[in-house]
Design a protein around this ligand. Structure first.
Ligand code: SF4
Length: 401
């Protein structure tokens, strides 16, 4: 955003329930495939960064007034890498400034290496009630190749420690479609994961991102390129294995036990409102999408120089990008996100929100996708078919208007 542009804070005022995402951009080391806004070797910035988050919370509380909060998600980066006193400081500030129901979902992402009894006991006491652990694989060769710091045994031990401490809402992240990953290795990872019996499993197909060490290794021939057909086979194996182990799929990449769907992530897929705090964090409020300054250092220096906490336009110059969504963009976003969910788009909710019937608005597209067997249409919902889940992008692009 041009720093000359002034934002009127009033455009954000709303009395709807929000989700809150808190970005912690610190990691002990950088994994080979990672292109997230996160950094190793900047631990000297942690103190200042947390102070900036507190300033940002103050600013938003003045603008949004006492908004009620539906979920809080600490992501990154590695939120478990920093001391629990910082997480406590952020939670204390949020509960001082927003209406937070006692029983809301509060998730913290962790790496297996960071799981220590004392730390996670403390985190449980201050209100963290859901842990999402980045296991990625139970195959040590794959973990090494991805540049992860843990091995299979450590992931298993960490999971058991979390259980022992008393966390009963645990999620595991796994990756498939990796270079050299055999079907057998993937089956073993799934078997081990289901044996641990978490409430939630997220599966991510590896994306080889530009500028990452993984991309360079593939380009130089050091690693083989991942194989898309293999990845599709692995996805189908996962669908079957997780179904057999009583997990229900509720989104393209997410499975859970009954009543353990991730409340926070559903806010994104249902295209509802959330506030992102921290460097590079994205927000969606009142049909405005915006994101903060990406560099943790610049974000910190911008926020920490604010001496008085007032809701005036100058206070918001830590916002880097801002876009007011048109009516068509709101429709496209709602459809692209909503189609990711297994239940698909609720036709009544759509019509209520946009004042138009989805089946009239997208008559040709719906006919075409039905004939290709990529979507299922019922009286009440339109959703991806089994085939459509593998070819989601083919469906989503039809709904861009
Ligand atoms: S731990 Fe997560 S955020 Fe950090 S470098 Fe690895 S993948 Fe990226």
């Amino acid at each position: 955003m041009d720093s000359g542009i002034k934002i009127d804070p009033k455009i954000f005022y709303n009395n709807k329930t929000l989700g809150i995402y808190v970005h912690i951009p610190f990691c002990q080391s950088k994994c080979f495939y990672c292109d997230f806004n996160t950094y190793a070797n900047i631990d000297d910035q942690i103190d200042d960064y947390i102070n900036s988050l507190i300033v940002e919370i103050n600013i938003w509380s003045n603008i949004l007034k006492a908004s009620s909060i539906k979920s809080i998600f600490f992501g990154g980066g590695t939120p478990s890498y920093i001391h629990s006193k910082y997480i406590e400081k952020i939670l204390t500030s949020l509960s001082k400034h927003f209406i937070i129901n006692k029983n809301i979902e509060i998730t913290l992402e962790t790496n297996p290496n960071d799981v220590m009894k004392q730390k996670f006991n403390d985190l449980l006491k201050i209100g963290i009630n859901r842990i999402s652990m980045g296991v990625q694989s139970f195959d040590n060769y794959q973990l090494k190749m991805l540049g992860r710091r843990h091995d299979s045994k450590e992931a298993e031990n960490s999971y058991n420690i979390l259980k022992e401490i008393g966390y009963n809402n645990l999620s595991i992240d796994l990756m498939y479609g990796l270079p050299y990953q055999s079907i057998k290795s993937w089956e073993k990872t799934l078997e081990k994961s289901t044996h641990l019996d978490p409430n939630h499993i997220s599966l991510y197909s590896l994306q080889v991102e530009k500028g990452t060490p993984l991309k360079n290794k593939i380009m130089s021939g050091e690693y083989e390129a991942p194989n898309d057909d293999n990845a599709a086979d692995m996805y189908e194996i996962a669908e079957k294995t997780l179904f057999e182990n009583k997990f229900s799929q509720y989104e393209i990449s997410n499975w859970s036990k009954k009543k353990y769907e991730c409340i926070h992530n559903k806010i994104y897929w249902e295209n509802n409102y959330y506030l992102g705090l921290g460097a590079g964090a994205h927000s969606h409020i009142n049909n405005i999408r915006f994101s903060n300054i990406r560099s943790p250092k610049l974000y910190t220096s911008n926020l920490n120089k604010k001496t008085s906490i007032k809701s005036n336009s100058n206070q918001l110059d830590f916002i880097e990008n801002l876009e007011k969504l048109s009516y068509s963009e709101q429709i496209s976003d709602t459809l692209m996100m909503g189609m990711r969910l297994n239940e698909g788009i609720n036709l009544t909710v759509f019509e209520k929100k946009f004042g138009k019937s989805m089946t009239n608005l997208f008559k040709n597209q719906i006919n075409k996708l039905s004939k290709l067997n990529l979507i299922n249409v019922s009286e009440t919902h339109i959703k991806l078919s089994k085939k459509g889940r593998l070819l989601g992008n083919e469906v989503f692009k039809e709904f861009i208007i």
